[in-house]
Design a protein around this ligand. Structure first.
Ligand code: ATP
Ligand code: SF4
Ligand code: MG
Length: 369
């Protein structure tokens, strides 16, 4: 990132997305909420790559989708290049969407199998009036394919004729077609073979250098975002528990949850691997429909203390240059308190939990136009 790019492009403030849980045959009653995103604040500079990590179900995709207004925020603001996107309506919202695009986790299900690559790429350009001149449009289509490393002949083919990695390249070209400033990449490589993952990550990095793009890259695995990210935010049950420059987070994780996530990554050196401390988290991730009081991590935290942890929700605060939501971050950092065994707590399934809640909808191209 260069000096001139230090301006903030995206500012998210106390963003909440709560999904109502409905029950009832005749009248729909709201019997609770899934607190998928519950008070997230972050800011992203132009040209930066912000990695967002956390366990499955912690709200990463919902946050990414809420930034693009694909999920309606319950409260809070999303200021993109000076405009609060959370308040935009109609044509103004549609116009702002051109500047923010999404790359989806599963390239096959997010590409319409009945559309040729040409029509997939043209769809967004058409929706935003970028296809006026036939010659310029043809040139642009060829440029897009070259940019993502696909041959021109790809234009007449259909998604099923490509490999997983190639399909993700089509997904990237689709996002690029409308010349966005910000791309939210939701697990862009997790459906791909390990050997292909690096190629797609490298492609994203090259495109960023060339086009000055700003990225939010979502992953459940810290190892995937390490190299691509300038900064990383770690999410747990709907909020960010730690945020730091990528290197600082790996070298000096302060939040117990970040420490546990990092300790789960194997180290290539066998001596280090045998001796390193592994923090195994007791119990399952609590339901976002019934998050624990106090610190949301207290039911699984090996550093949990008698006071505060179970009663007061810690704010994300500055601790030596990184932001940490833990009452005892300094004591943990300086070794004044040490980890202990945690008895797994039985998480009671209450009526507020709706077992019928399937996986969230996967976004489609049509949705983001
Ligand atoms: N449209 C929806 N309606 C109701 N609940 C939803 C909806 N979308 C997501 N959720 C719930 O919100 C919570 C967060 O989901 P989300 O998909 O954002 O998590 P995630 O961190 O992206 O997980 P994963 O790593 O599995 O993709 C989950 O409990 C999920 O079931
Ligand atoms: S506030 Fe307490 S429970 Fe939460 S992470 Fe810190 S030590 Fe653990
Ligand atoms: Mg997700």
């Amino acid at each position: 990132m260069t000096e001139q790019n230090s301006e903030v492009l995206l500012e998210v403030d106390d963003l909440k997305v709560h999904f109502p849980i409905k029950r009832g045959v005749v009248i729909d009653r709201t019997i609770g909420h899934v607190y998928a995103v519950d008070g997230v604040s972050l800011s992203i500079r132009r040209g930066e790559t912000y990695g967002l990590v956390g366990e499955s179900g912690c709200g990463k995709s919902t946050l990414g989708r809420a930034i693009l207004r694909l999920n309606e925020p319950t409260s809070g603001s999303v200021v993109f290049d000076g405009t609060d996107v959370a308040k935009l309506k109609g044509e103004a919202l549609r116009r702002s969407r051109r500047r923010m695009q999404m790359i989806f986790q599963d390239p096959l299900s997010s590409l319409d199998p009945r559309q040729s690559v040409e029509s997939i790429l043209l769809e967004g350009m058409r929706a935003h009036g970028l296809d006026k001149d036939k010659e310029a449009t043809d040139r642009r289509l060829r440029e897009l394919l070259t940019a993502v490393g696909l041959p021109e002949t790809a234009l007449r083919k259909y998604p099923h004729e490509f490999s997983g990695g190639q399909r993700q390249r089509i997904g990237i070209a689709r996002a690029l077609a409308v010349e966005p400033d910000l791309i939210v990449a939701d697990e862009p490589v997790s459906a791909l073979d390990v050997s292909v993952q690096a190629q797609v990550v490298n492609l994203l990095e090259d495109l960023q250098d060339e086009l000055g793009l700003t990225y939010v890259v979502i992953a459940h695995d810290l190892a995937v975002v390490r190299h691509i990210s300038d900064r990383i935010g770690v999410m747990y049950l709907g909020s960010i528990v730690e945020e730091a420059d990528a290197d600082a987070l790996y070298e000096n994780p302060l939040h117990p949850y970040t420490r546990a996530l990092l300790s789960a990554i194997p180290v290539p050196d066998p001596t280090v691997e045998d001796n390193r401390e592994q923090i195994l988290l007791a119990g399952d991730l609590p339901s976002p429909a019934a998050p624990p009081n106090g610190c949301r991590f207290h039911t699984r935290c090996p550093w949990r203390q008698q006071s505060l942890c179970a009663t007061d929700r810690p704010e994300l605060r500055d601790v030596g240059g990184q932001r940490v939501a833990c009452h005892y971050a300094e004591d943990i950092r300086d070794g004044r308190i040490t980890p202990h065994e945690v008895e797994p707590e039985l998480v009671e399934l209450t009526g507020a939990l709706n077992p019928d809640l399937g996986p969230p909808d996967i976004g489609t191209a049509a949705e983001i136009l």
